[in-house]
Design a protein around this ligand. Structure first.
Ligand SMILES: [Zn+2]
Length: 214
């Protein structure tokens, strides 16, 4: 089974992709993580991605496609894939589908975890991280005050770099303006599974699995 998964920031799509990967023996292809890893590499592509990140620009489609292809090609054919956050723009749909077709992987379903805009803002603004041991810390769950120390190591807890109100609003705007049309494309093709992301992690995954197995 080959899946796509979409959702706005805070929808828990990364966690759900991990759960689905485990359940259906899929390789989780997370484009954002791949680009973050590549940006740490000391080579031409790594430098190019760092430059784009610094300018807060998107990685061009041809690079995205090439990188996706090289990662997917490493997955054994008896194992499916779940692609997180690609195609990210309507302009990438054709290229991604052609690339997947060439390597014999047609998309079976696209999963969309929806979440109200205000809930995305609410959830992301509670996301913190330890500046020392780097674990994720959730305000109101792991700590009660932003001055509280890291529950694991006692280090200083900070907001993640681009999780400012402006940064969050900008990423959500990008999602609703350019990725939602991609989701609508899969809906029109009858390939979309839409679930409400407001429930708990377990409730959301149970709903997705139920719809996938139908
Ligand atoms: Zn810590």
């Amino acid at each position: 089974m080959n899946l796509l998964i979409f959702g706005p920031q805070g929808s828990g799509k990364g966690t759900q992709a991990d759960i689905l990967a485990e359940r259906f023996n899929l390789a989780h292809i997370e484009t954002g993580q791949i680009f973050r890893d590549m940006a740490l590499e000391d080579n031409e592509l790594g430098r190019k991605i760092r430059e784009l990140n610094e300018r807060k620009e998107m990685v061009p489609d041809e690079i995205t496609l090439e990188v996706l292809k090289s990662h997917i090609a490493k997955v054994p054919m008896d194992r499916g894939i779940i692609i997180d956050s690609a195609p990210r723009t309507p302009g990438q749909i054709e290229g991604v589908e052609r690339m997947l077709g060439k390597i014999g992987r047609d998309i079976d379903k696209a999963v969309y975890i929806s979440l109200p805009y205000e809930e995305s803002i609410n959830r992301i603004s509670k996301r913190m991280a330890c500046s020392v041991c780097r674990i994720h810390v959730v305000m109101g769950k792991d700590i009660v005050d932003k001055e509280d120390p890291c529950p694991a190591c006692g280090g200083k807890v900070i907001q993640r770099g681009d999780d400012t109100p402006e940064g969050i609003a900008k990423r959500l705007k990008t999602f609703y303006e350019i990725t939602v049309p991609v989701i609508e494309y899969y809906k029109d093709k009858g390939m979309l599974i839409e679930v409400d992301g407001l429930g708990s992690v377990e409730e959301v995954s149970a709903e997705i699995i139920k719809k996938l197995e139908k």
